[in-house]
Design a protein around this ligand. Sequence first.
Ligand code: ZN
Ligand code: ZN
Length: 298
Amino acid sequence: MVHKRGGNGDAEGKHAMARTQAGLSLATDRVVTLLGVTVPVAAVVIAAIMTWNRLMTWADLAIFAGMYLPTSLGLTVGFHRMLAHRAFEAQPVVRFVLLALGCMAGTGDPVRWAAIHLEHHARSDRDGDPHSPRHGFFHAHMGWVFPPSFDDKPEIFARAAVDDPLVRFFRRTYWGWTLLSVAIPYVVGGWTGLLWGVGVRMFFTLHVGFSVNSICHTFGRAPYETGDRSRNEWVLGLLALGEGWHNNHHAFPRSAFHGLRWWQIDFSGYLIRVLEWLRLARNVHRVTPQLLESRRIT
Ligand SMILES: [Zn+2]
Ligand SMILES: [Zn+2]
């Protein structure tokens, strides 16, 4: 009897410890998320004041662009089109570089990123969508990132990513890559390098990405029937390197190209075309003209 009570006590102790650890990790998650969204805003304010006072240099802009473009392509081409939707297969070194750049964008490890995104596609604008404007524009934009408003379920939504040893490597080393994305601008440009290459860059990375979830599910045109609120918005088509053609994407999620007309600028799609031409990408998924026309509603 005593032994049994002791056993229950052990179990209780383990449960209490698990609850404490879960509480701590949730608290850590909240603090990291809060810092992640507020520090870039402060950086943009400081950068705007410096620009107003003509203290911004071409070197600052070069550091910003030199960090923003590659890391954003890591997200759009690497995490989104290659990993989450398997829109193409990349040669191993290219795959490594794309996943490393995606981690350096600082918006979450590849498994978590893919799981949240694929849950969005599976439940788009219905119950369970992590970031639908059904629950308000602010929720769709950034309110949803504050835990526990979402619960990434990698085993359900990103099984292929969970099972991939290279992706697991990047999940384990995610914070190391994030640190590298801070160290590079500091080494190149000192404190102003940090301001533009980390702070301002993170502001754009976050809010351009958030805008695809909020603006591209609220404003713009919907040429294809998708059963959700996804829209094409050309400004985000440019800023988000092609991801703003979001109605196209929801209609044809596996297409490597989100710009489906010649005038729909899609920088991420252009990179995939170049990789394919260099034989560094293969099995690139395309939508046939017949399928394109059959799904068209406007
Ligand atoms: Zn969407
Ligand atoms: Zn997608």
